[in-house]
Design a protein around this ligand. Structure first.
Ligand code: BG6
Length: 305
């Protein structure tokens, strides 16, 4: 069982290991500020709910399937070292390979303010070098408290420089996609993946009335998701992330995907979620010198509307 070898990182009553979902293994965190779950496959956080929030903030599909090698639908998949389809090899997995591989737990602890901190890591192996010929150590440092903070740290442990694209592909839980608005990307040029990669600019906050799949580059500021149905605003702050991706598949595409679930209103899980992904993709990809590291960080918080 994958969980026994991590037993020394357990914090009694606060951080425990579970064998599920399926056989993937996960760690469950509960403290006076929040609760969270992180799947060992992909270091994929699948739940976070601050005590003050009436509803989960991170969305995971009720139909998410626990399959080895395939990330669960929802939560925070880690996309690395490429984003989207591989540039030249269609047989390689979309969004890179680390989201489908088991990670190790390498540190845990309790912060002075009551938050729980845990670090997961994955390094190169014969399997990763077959897909991407570089030596690396990748860490995800997670801080579960009244806010959720995650840092993705790329270390180049080899002899040559490499470049990575990366994203924390976060699915946020919302009351109804048709009523939600995403603020903070007005006047930023985006690549519209629903229109063959057209480049466009919008002047208003993003409203949703169909599939949206947009890559915004050269944008480092906060985004907020305004949710009048749940009466809250989710704030996304980031450090050393210059790209933001906004995605909702809407009904037709989500039916083809098959794992978005029935949703709260029975209309489809796509109504209950929006992805606002912080990363460095496309022209914002990052070069890492031998022996150097690159850190990208996000911080999520919830405010009443
Ligand atoms: C988004 C992409 O980041 O992820 C979309 O922009 C993609 O094009 C979506 O459909 C989901 O990807 P996947 O591989 O997790 O189904």
């Amino acid at each position: 069982m994958p969980t026994t070898r991590f037993a020394r990182f357990a914090l009694p009553g606060e951080l425990e290991f579970n064998p599920g979902p399926g056989t993937l293994g996960s760690l469950h965190i509960r403290n006076e500020l929040a609760s969270a779950t992180i799947c060992l496959q992909g270091a994929q956080l699948t739940a976070w709910r601050p005590r003050s929030a009436g509803n989960p903030v991170i969305w995971t599909s009720p139909s998410a399937q626990a399959t080895a090698g395939k990330s669960l639908r929802g939560g925070v998949p880690v996309c690395w070292p490429w984003f989207g389809p591989h540039a030249t090899q269609s047989t390689l997995p979309a969004h890179g390979f680390v989201r489908g591989l088991p990670w190790e737990v390498c540190a845990s602890g309790r912060a002075a303010d009551g938050a729980t901190e845990v670090t997961l890591a994955i390094g190169d192996s014969e399997q990763t070098r077959a897909a991407w010929p570089h030596a690396f150590l990748l860490e995800l440092q997670v801080r579960v408290g009244a806010t959720l903070e995650m840092s993705l740290v790329t270390r180049n442990t080899g002899l040559g420089t490499f470049s990575v694209s990366e994203a924390l592909h976060t699915y946020f839980a919302i009351g109804d996609i048709a009523a939600a608005r995403v603020h903070g990307l007005e006047e930023v040029e985006f690549l519209d993946k629903t229109r063959a990669g057209d480049r466009r600019v919008e002047h208003q906050p993003i409203a949703f009335d169909g599939e949206i799949d947009r890559v915004y580059c050269n944008t480092s500021g906060d985004c907020t998701i305004e949710d009048p149905v749940l009466g809250r605003r989710i704030r996304i702050s980031k450090t050393d992330s210059r790209s933001t991706v906004v995605w909702n598949p809407w009904d037709e595409k989500s039916r083809k995907m098959g794992d978005l679930g029935p949703g709260r209103q029975g209309e489809g899980g796509w109504r209950d979620m929006v992805c606002v992904e912080s990363g460095n993709v496309g022209s914002n990809e990052v070069s890492v010198l031998p022996g150097a590291l690159h850190r990208m960080a996000v911080r999520y918080s919830v405010e009443a509307l």
